[in-house]
Design a protein around this ligand. Structure first.
Ligand code: UT7
Length: 333
């Protein structure tokens, strides 16, 4: 029997309707459209404003659409892996909440926390479930409601992030398509540069932690930038080399959308032109776990069976990595 690989067989996404533009941010902090565009590549982001809606609610929209597109029901799902840093609650997992909301009665699942690399780490994890032969339908969701952990008086962070959700279905493939190789890394030394100080067991929430705004994202942007440029470019070049891929062999680079300058540096290192790079940072900003599946969703109709894709990301932790995928299907409207 041919080896089983895990292939993405369907993609979907959801972003909230409300737009937060650069000119909106000019009214909140001392910044300007020109600075944001030239330093990050971002024009606008989406924000989930409706009170009472959380990360799982964006996932419900995306996943219900995916199930319909693929022609299966929630009860066909075996495993749900939910990549997020803004789960609805500390516990239970957002995977549990999503399973309840979509009516997935036969699935088990869990949340996976790897900041901006969460979707890649989840793809690797989901692929192993499929490759084991035991599971047939593994749902991988990447979603964040970043607006809940962003300080809209801090110009260093509030210009970057947005809300959104993307999801993919992994199924077994015996044609040699799907997830071919992965290279993933963590380095906890990096936590000093990008973290949320309070709310966890180290510093449980108190009036003081709230007053000190310690429940928001802290980022030393310049330091993270330096590590991210090197980390994403190195790992992307490394996975190409290991798989004997030339830049001509790579059909698409699917990069994490943290900063257009990091994306360009990665593409340059791989020898890949802008025409082969999926970029949605201009209209969605950095949606953390959402960036990569949202790119796949927007580009799905351009992808062809057999296309070589390199997905790559860098994020808090530090976490970083690349995934090599041979795309498994031609798009049908
Ligand atoms: O997705 C997770 C991983 N995260 C990342 O990969 C993010 C990596 N970092 C970055 O993308 C960039 O570092 C930022 C976009 C966060 C900042 O860009 P930068 O080019 O590194 O700016 P900087 O922090 O070096 O600041 C340059 C100047 C400073 O002024 P002075 O000291 O030169 O006078 C800042 O105070 O720009 C100032 N500045 C701003 N000015 C207008 C910082 N933020 C803003 C702002 N508007 N929003």
């Amino acid at each position: 029997m041919n080896k089983i690989t895990a292939a993405i067989t369907c993609v979907n996404g959801y972003v909230p309707e409300d737009v937060l533009s650069n000119s909106d941010l000019e009214k909140l902090v001392d910044t300007n459209d020109e600075w944001i565009k030239s330093r990050t590549g971002i024009n606008e982001r989406r924000i989930l404003k409706t009170p009472g809606l959380a990360t799982s609610d964006m996932a419900v929209e995306a996943v219900n659409g995916l199930l319909k597109k693929r022609g299966i029901t929630a009860n066909d799902l075996d495993v749900i892996i939910f990549a997020t840093v803004t789960g609805d609650m500390i516990f239970p997992s957002t995977a549990c909440i999503l399973a309840d909301k979509i009516g997935a009665k036969n699935a088990w699942g869990f949340d996976l926390a790897a900041a901006c690399s969460g979707f890649l780490f989840s793809l690797e994890t989901g692929a192993k479930f499929i490759e084991s032969g035991k599971y047939k339908n593994v749902l991988v969701v990447g979603a964040d409601k970043m607006s809940t952990i962003i300080d809209y008086t801090d110009r260093n962070t509030c210009i970057i992030f947005g809300d959104g959700c993307g999801c993919v279905l992994l199924e077994p493939n015996t044609e040699g398509l799907g997830i071919i190789d992965t290279e993933l890394h963590i380095d906890g030394q990096g936590r000093q540069y990008l973290h949320q100080k309070a709310g966890g067991s180290l510093k449980p929430p108190t009036h003081e932690t709230i007053d000190a705004k310690e429940h928001y994202v802290f980022q030393d942007g310049k330091a993270v930038f330096k590590f991210a440029v090197r980390g994403m470019a190195d790992v992307s070049a490394s996975i190409m080399e290991k798989n004997n891929l030339t830049s001509d062999d790579v059909k698409w680079l699917v990069p994490h959308q943290a900063n257009l300058r990091i994306i360009d540096a990665t593409a340059e290192r791989m020898g890949v032109g802008r025409d082969k790079v999926m970029i949605n940072i201009d209209h969605f900003g950095n949606t953390t776990n959402g960036t990569l599946p949202l790119c796949l969703w927007e580009w799905e109709n351009k992808l062809k069976k057999g296309d070589n894709l390199i997905l790559s990301a860098f994020g808090g932790g530090f976490t970083w990595g690349a995934v090599y995928i041979k795309w498994a299907y031609d798009y049908k409207a």
